[in-house]
Design a protein around this ligand. Structure first.
Ligand SMILES: C[S@@+](CC[C@H](N)C(=O)[O-])C[C@H]1O[C@@H](n2cnc3c(N)ncnc32)[C@H](O)[C@@H]1O
Length: 437
């Protein structure tokens, strides 16, 4: 791997005596990891189920170092998210709580967003935003795979979110677009995009995003800034510049956990590839002074339409008849206290239940992914290595019972998609884009 001379000179100046150890880390394999989805399974239970050896990550209770496969049925069932271990540090550092209002301003593909949502335990109001529409669609599919019910997925410029929400959120994450120096070992193709001017250009964009994010935090709320790069310009200097421009924020020092190194600005954190099991990260946490908070009108909901009520009666073991958000033929259950979102590019508002088609209701894959074993009346329970499961994941039909109606396919006890029993076969309900070929 040929690293740019100017990058190496910067690192030598930054690291001094540690430079040799840092450089030697490039001869090692990149760290890989998975974070267990606590919305579905406890970390220790997944460790038992996992086909891969897993070693705990020091700073994240649900995080493990290990090389998981994205095509494995457990991944498709949303039991874990494949995430580089140092990226796992952000969610615990921002530490969102159930029932809070939380915003991830630059969320795709969703590693940190899905971890924040897991900590909210499907309560409260979570906004996952991604400015690039194609990346926002990937974010949505990860939010669905992980069975998250309380997320609004939007694709907006952060300034439009500021106009809409104002100081609304208890916690905001800015996992900023950066020069990605910490990704060089894992994604060497990124090296060619780096030049001596990259850090400055990124720092300017980061300042703009942070200034916008400041206005979205309510008084008393928290803002976490993170990057996967090493440049002080994009890290400590960005954090210090933010504090200088925003006297209504103070730095809230991050507790030093094993594997965390203090940044050049006291109270900030770095994770170094030569000192900890991770590719590299920076984090600075701020708290907003005062009590200012915006109040927004809540979204109006309707009673569930008849086809949905009839479907629910036959499908769920215990159905709750709550109000829904009808959008054209589709029905959603929005997050707790969801405000009106008109004018925003919303890809998803809470949990997609499905679509009314004439007298019938067709359930959505996302709804199945948000279920646990026992929630649906009809379940086809298969082991991860059952050939019928692989046939199902390829989009094929599977021999079934003579019953009629929708149900859920489980892998090792966890929903992986919908099926419809009909005249002795299970028809496949897995969306085409998610099938394995
Ligand atoms: C480091 S990545 C986010 C990774 C994500 N948080 C995760 O954990 O999976 C930064 C994201 O910022 C987005 N981005 C680019 N320009 C932006 C802007 N001006 N404002 C907000 N986000 C931006 C990029 O498209 C990219 O998806």
């Amino acid at each position: 791997m040929k690293l740019p001379d100017a990058f190496l000179a910067n690192m030598k100046e930054l690291l001094g005596d540690e430079y040799g150890a840092f450089l030697a880390s490039y001869a090692e394999k990149p760290e890989r990891g998975l974070r267990v989805n606590t919305l579905k399974i406890a970390p220790e239970d997944y460790r038992e189920l996992s086909p891969w050896p897993l070693t705990p990550v020091p700073w994240e209770a649900a995080g493990y170092v290990g090389a998981a496969e994205g095509r494995h049925p457990h991944h498709l069932a949303g039991l874990f998210y494949i995430q580089e271990p140092s990226a796992m540090a952000a969610a615990g550092t921002l530490d969102p709580k159930p029932h809070e209002r939380v915003l991830d301003l630059s969320a795709a593909p969703g590693g940190k967003a899905t971890a924040l949502a897991a900590r909210m335990e499907n309560t409260g109001f979570f906004v996952a935003n991604e400015i690039v529409p194609a990346r926002a669609r990937t974010l949505l599919s990860n939010v669905e795979r992980m069975g998250i019910r309380n997320a609004v997925v939007v694709s907006e410029d952060p300034r439009r979110l500021l106009d809409h929400f104002g100081p609304y959120f208890d916690r905001v994450l800015v996992d900023a677009p950066c020069s990605g120096e910490g990704m060089f070992r894992r994604e060497p193709e990124g090296i060619a995009l780096w030049n001596g001017k990259t850090n400055e250009a990124c720092a300017q964009r980061q300042s703009r995003i942070l200034d916008t994010a400041a206005g979205l935090v309510r008084g008393g709320g928290r803002l976490l800034y993170s990057t996967c790069t090493f440049s002080p310009l994009e890290n400590e200097e960005a954090a210090a510049g933010f504090l200088a421009r925003h006297s209504d924020f103070v730095l809230e020092p991050i507790a030093p956990l094993p594997g965390f190194s203090e940044g050049l600005l006291p109270g900030t954190v770095r994770i170094w590839p030569h000192k900890a099991p991770g590719e590299g990260h920076f984090m600075a946490r701020f708290r907003k002074k005062g009590e200012e908070a915006s109040r927004l009108p809540e979204l109006a909901l309707d009673a569930a339409p008849k086809p949905l009520r009839e479907f629910a009666e036959g499908f769920f073991t215990a159905s709750e008849e709550g109000p829904v958000l009808p959008l054209k033929e589709s029905c959603f259950v929005p997050p707790e206290g969801c405000p009106r979102l008109s004018g925003l590019r919303v890809l998803r508002c809470g949990l997609a239940l499905g679509e009314v088609r004439g007298k019938h209701f067709v359930p959505h894959h996302a709804m199945a992914m948000a279920l646990l074993k026992g929630d649906a009346r009809r379940e086809l329970a298969l082991a991860a290595d059952d050939p019928r499961l692989l046939a199902y994941l390829r989009g094929e039909t599977v021999p079934g019972a003579p019953d009629r109606g929708w149900g859920v396919v489980l892998v090792d006890g966890y929903p992986v998609g919908l099926m419809r029993e009909s005249e002795g076969i299970y028809k496949n309900g897995l969306p085409k884009g998610l099938r394995l070929y």
